[in-house]
Design a protein around this ligand. Structure first.
Ligand SMILES: N[C@@H](CCC(=O)N[C@@H](CS)C(=O)NCC(=O)O)C(=O)O
Length: 203
């Protein structure tokens, strides 16, 4: 049985979303998004940095959300969520799948650190402003790519589970301006998916 080590309001939601989209069975180890759980000796044995998500599949343990998504698609079920390498959409799929952790999540991480994780006296307004501007800038090509499309490569795919989740978080942080209307609509398309609702409402 697949087991997801999870905490609410985190990238672990991507894995629940994926498993729900694929109708695969899984168990959840629901932890608090707090050092008491994430930095515990028990969890550091699963992830050396004390982070989530982590997936257990029998004796196999894997962390890094994109790697987990690829692993599930290859070893368990594809469900039409990843085009084959000869598909015309494959290059775009790869690009947006990896653009998520490569370009969009770094400024989101800084925003979370500067608004939630650091105690108020250590927060830095300049670093926060820079990260907010960088996030909006990094989303501009995504808005452009979504013109006339419901999802990143047309049909719903695992690239939406990665980057769509990051877009949802960016919107919640107020970093998608109204002018990025394709992106606003995209976030709506994603949040209307029943599997996404299950993942995002899991506490
Ligand atoms: N690139 C990693 C990032 C993992 C990560 O940083 N997860 C965050 C939650 S979204 C976390 O565990 N943060 C807790 C911490 O930094 O202490 C992935 O995609 O899995």
């Amino acid at each position: 049985m697949l087991k997801v080590h999870f905490a609410p309001n985190s990238r672990a939601g991507r894995i629940i979303w994926l498993l729900e989209e694929l109708s695969l069975s899984y168990e959840v180890n629901n932890m608090a998004f707090h050092p008491s759980d994430l930095k515990s000796d028990e969890h550091r044995k699963r992830h050396p940095l004390g982070r989530i998500p982590v997936l257990d599949d029998g004796d196999i343990r894997i962390y890094e959300s994109g790697a987990i998504v690829e692993y599930v698609l290859e070893r368990h079920k594809n469900g039409g969520l990843k085009p084959s390498s000869d598909d015309a959409n494959y290059p775009d799929f790869l690009q947006w799948f990896h653009y998520c952790e490569g370009m969009v999540m770094p400024p989101i991480n800084t925003i979370v650190v500067q608004t939630i994780l650091l105690p108020p006296e250590r927060r830095d307004e300049t670093a926060l402003g820079q990260a907010q501007r960088l996030l909006t800038k990094s989303l501009a090509p995504v808005d452009e790519a979504l013109a006339g499309k419901e999802y990143l490569i047309g049909n719903f795919s695992a690239a939406d589970i990665m980057l769509g989740h990051a877009c949802f978080m960016s919107n919640r942080m107020g970093c998608i301006p109204d002018e990025m209307s394709n992106l606003k609509k995209y976030v709506e398309n994603i949040t209307n998916r029943p599997a996404f609702k299950i993942a995002i409402e899991m506490q």
